[in-house]
Design a protein around this ligand. Structure first.
Ligand SMILES: [Zn+2]
Length: 467
């Protein structure tokens, strides 16, 4: 039997029945990822496994470094095939790391390859994948069709002109490809050089002469309108913690002016300004009926030496232990007090925060929208079997699993859609075990619809993406 077989991860008879009957048939709605929209607009055809699989994947890079592979073969100037061989030689060393599962699940689901990847199978697998990648079914549109992706949301800067999204919308692609609004750079008054460069881009994109804070806020509002007109219904924020050092508009304006003149905000002023802007955009999202995603908790750029040579987002971020509950509560409460709390999805990076975040969601459910405040799927260091189980268990124990909007790939690779399958198998495995232990009724009419909803329908209803 091949390693990835029909009942992979499904350890009970009930789990197998639940998965194959209710989870597997559901299509995919991937509402948070980092796929480049230009690759979809241009119906990109990838040449080889390096381009589609290795090029931007810092999970694989970290494993290769841990395996003693020199940087030349990871992000350096080695040829693509040489880098792939270095990855292939690393794979047998990833046993029990989720990379071992993902690698073989992705090879199987994308190319039908059953062979385990290692040094001796590398060339065969490279050639077989390259052969298939050259066919039209493996251009990006074909891949989206193959994995039955009904809709996906990319991650986009507010200054983006969304030309690729417009081109996709005008094409005959059946998958809805929508932008998501990620305004992290709007908070960066502590880095005036970056901030000013970005404010100037924002001025150009929004056609607003940004002379002061009101101009800046007007420009942000116009970009929200523009994104909305182009189908955007979600925002995304990557933060260490929620910001809850509230200040007056006058104080925010002074911090803004000072950053515009090139003075870096102090940590305290930065937090005040960020709090002000987060409230401002939060209110806009509520007004528009958007969903706000908060990705909280990473400790970034830990390695100074490699940050200098490789830059950010190259695999040197990890889990932080910032206090989360109190500022998150204060931020959500402030919006709620103003009747301006949007639908919100909370993602924690530190597994120690699972229960605190799950409990937090319950404070702001208000009887308007089922599961209005969501505990997001296992994220980054937690998007593996154990992390998914922790998330599902925390949510089950403190909230309503039945209202969960489900999995996202959060990926930069078009080969990552099987992560939804991985999640669904994990979900059905948990439920199947509970049924067989007598902790849940053996009642498909009760459990089946819940599984279907978590796989697709809940997200569809909750996000209310434009048709
Ligand atoms: Zn993300």
């Amino acid at each position: 039997m091949s390693f990835i077989h029909d009942d992979f991860l499904l350890s009970t008879k009930t789990a197998r029945r639940l998965y194959h009957t209710f989870a597997a048939p559901e299509p995919i709605l991937d509402y948070h990822n980092h796929l480049p929209p230009q690759d979809i607009a241009g119906n990109r055809q990838f040449k080889n496994l390096f381009e589609i699989w290795l090029e931007g994947d810092h999970y694989k890079w970290r494993a290769m470094r841990a395996n003693g592979v020199p940087e030349r073969l990871i992000t350096g100037d080695a040829a693509p095939l040489e880098k792939f061989q270095a990855w292939a030689a690393t794979v047998p060393h990833t046993l029990r790391n989720p990379l071992f599962h993902w690698t073989h699940l992705e090879l199987k689901r994308c190319f039908g390859i059953d062979e385990l990847l290692n040094e001796s199978s590398a060339t065969r697998i490279w050639e077989e994948a390259s052969r298939q990648l050259a066919t039209p079914e493996f251009a990006t549109h074909g891949i989206l069709k193959k994995f039955r992706v009904t809709a996906l949301c990319t991650t986009d800067d507010p200054t983006d002109d969304l030309r690729h999204h417009k081109a996709i919308a005008a094409s005959d692609l059946a998958t809805r490809v929508l932008p998501a609004f990620r305004p992290d750079k709007a908070l960066a008054v502590h880095q005036p050089e970056n901030f000013n460069r970005w404010v100037n881009q924002l001025a150009a994109a929004s056609n607003v002469d940004i002379r002061n804070l009101p101009g800046f806020l007007d420009a942000l509002r116009r970009r929200v309108e523009y994104f909305h007109a182009n189908g955007c219904r979600l925002s995304d924020h990557g933060l260490e913690q929620a910001y809850a050092d509230f200040c007056t508009e006058k104080t925010a304006a002074e911090i803004f002016d000072s950053a515009r003149l090139g003075t870096a905000a102090t940590p305290a002023s930065h937090r005040q300004f960020a709090s002000f802007i987060m409230l401002f955009v939060g209110r806009l999202y509520a007004e528009k009926g958007w969903t706000m995603q908060l990705h909280l908790g990473p400790l970034r750029n830990n390695n100074t030496r490699l940050l200098r040579t490789l830059g950010p987002d190259t695999g040197f971020d990890s889990i932080a232990d910032f206090p989360q509950a109190q500022p998150l509560s204060a931020f959500l409460d402030r919006l709620d007090t103003e009747n301006a709390l949007p639908k919100t999805i909370l993602y924690n990076n530190n597994p120690a925060d699972n229960y605190a975040f799950a409990a937090m969601t319950g404070n702001f459910q208000d009887g308007t929208i089922p599961g209005k405040i969501q505990l997001g799927s296992g994220w980054w260091f937690l998007d593996q079997k154990e992390g998914m189980e922790w998330q599902l268990n925390a949510l089950s124990n403190l909230g309503l699993l039945s209202r969960f909007v489900g999995m996202v790939t959060d990926s930069r690779s078009f080969m990552s859609f099987p992560r939804h399958e991985y999640f669904r198998r994990t979900l059905c495995n948990l439920l199947g075990r509970d049924v067989e232990n007598g902790e849940l009724p053996d009642d498909d009419a009760l459990i089946g619809p819940m599984i279907r909803n978590i796989c697709h329908a809940n997200a569809k209803q909750y996000l209310a993406l434009p048709a």
